[in-house]
Write a protein that binds this ligand. Structure first.
Ligand SMILES: Cc1cc2nc3c(=O)[nH]c(=O)nc-3n(C[C@H](O)[C@H](O)[C@H](O)COP(=O)(O)OP(=O)(O)OC[C@H]3O[C@@H](n4cnc5c(N)ncnc54)[C@H](O)[C@@H]3O)c2cc1C
Ligand code: FES
Length: 302
């Protein structure tokens, strides 16, 4: 009898990511199957961003769907198109995934009009992930600017759920103004976790804002950085992570211990359409998570 290989079966041991080979191929087989899914809840975060809780409808595929912090899915809104979106929820969450989506153009605008119960399609998960296990026993800096908190939320959950595996943990978040802040209902909970230091800064204050005002790099002045013992994950627009990575380089953190997530226009998400490549590097399968050294060596990556 022929044994059919399930799309979620992990590839051969030799194909799997080793800690030193994190940015080559995703651990999971790339599948072009679209899972029927349902939007089970929508949380309005700001004027521009909503959090969608999306549940794969088939019990079997839902139970098999697993992902790692930093990976993304292709989300299809039937009749309108398909877009890459980072998974923003904890990878230990088995019931549904959370996608934080900014209203930008045709597909995202229609998604923002969707109601609970709307049917969508999910392909994936795709891409490389943040090498959380490599960071065990070390200090971790989790830094996000603006919408970057959406992809950063998955590693934040990973650190919180496995707190004893990490040493000092700092979360730094910067937005344009207090009204642009994402997930502010969770800050208190994150802050309460022992030894997690969360700092938020805005570029332009408001009457109600009592926190710091300025650029995100200024928050680093209050963080004790042990260059030989610190890993950093930085998510946000390229201009922001460039400034942050340059500052961290000045502080002595080696480039290969800083990880960023690159965004490129994507169509297939699985290395077939050649829409996302930078030279011979495919952002969808060789990334989107890269170490800063690799990014600096990719021509025109930022
Ligand atoms: C790996 C990855 C993860 C992403 N994660 C998120 C996320 O968690 N939340 C979120 O809101 N967005 C995320 N994006 C961006 C998101 O895919 C785009 O905003 C979306 O495709 C726009 O689709 P649209 O049809 O609404 O806009 P369009 O009408 O296609 O374009 C409108 C605007 O969006 C920009 N845009 C289009 N495609 C992309 C793209 N692939 N990347 C960046 N900008 C784009 C265009 O330049 C234009 O300014 C991610 C992109 C990638 C590649
Ligand atoms: S999105 Fe098609 S090759 Fe990367």
């Amino acid at each position: 009898m022929t044994t059919l290989l399930h799309p979620y079966d992990v590839t051969q041991e030799s194909d799997m990511q080793s800690p030193l080979d994190f940015n080559r191929r995703s651990r999971l087989k790339h599948v072009d199957r679209t899972f029927k899914a349902e939007i089970i809840n929508i949380i309005s975060l700001t004027e521009m961003e909503k959090l969608f809780q999306v549940r794969i409808m088939d019990d079997y595929y839902r139970s098999k769907f697993s992902y790692l912090p930093g990976q993304f899915v292709m989300l299809e809104l039937p009749g309108f198109g398909e877009i890459p979106i980072s998974i923003s929820s904890s990878s230990s969450n088995k019931g549904f995934i959370e996608l934080c989506i900014r209203k930008m153009g045709s597909v995202t605008t229609m998604l923002h009009k969707a109601r609970r119960g709307a049917k969508v399609g999910i392909r994936g998960p795709f891409g490389t992930h943040f090498p959380m296990e490599k960071m065990h026993g070390h200090n971790v800096l989790l830094i996000a600017g603006g919408l970057g908190l959406a992809p950063l939320r998955a590693p934040i959950f990973n650190v919180i759920e496995n707190r004893s595996n990490f040493n000092q943990v700092d979360i730094l978040y910067g937005t344009k103004s207090p009204k642009n802040m994402l997930f502010n209902y969770q800050y208190e909970e994150w802050n309460r976790i022992a030894d997690i230091n969360l700092q938020v800064i805005v570029e332009h204050g408001a009457d109600s804002w009592t926190g710091p005002v300025g650029m995100i790099t200024s928050l680093l002045d209050d963080v004790t950085i042990l260059p030989d013992d610190t890993f950093a994950i930085i998510c946000g627009p390229p201009i922001m992570f460039k400034f942050v990575c340059e500052r961290l380089t000045d502080d002595g953190i080696p480039m290969h211990r800083m990880f960023v997530s690159l965004e490129r226009r994507m169509h297939c998400g699985m290395g077939k359409c050649c829409r996302c490549n930078i030279g011979s590097t495919y952002t969808c399968i060789d990334g989107p998570v890269f170490d800063y050294w690799t990014v600096m060596n990719l021509k025109e990556a930022i």
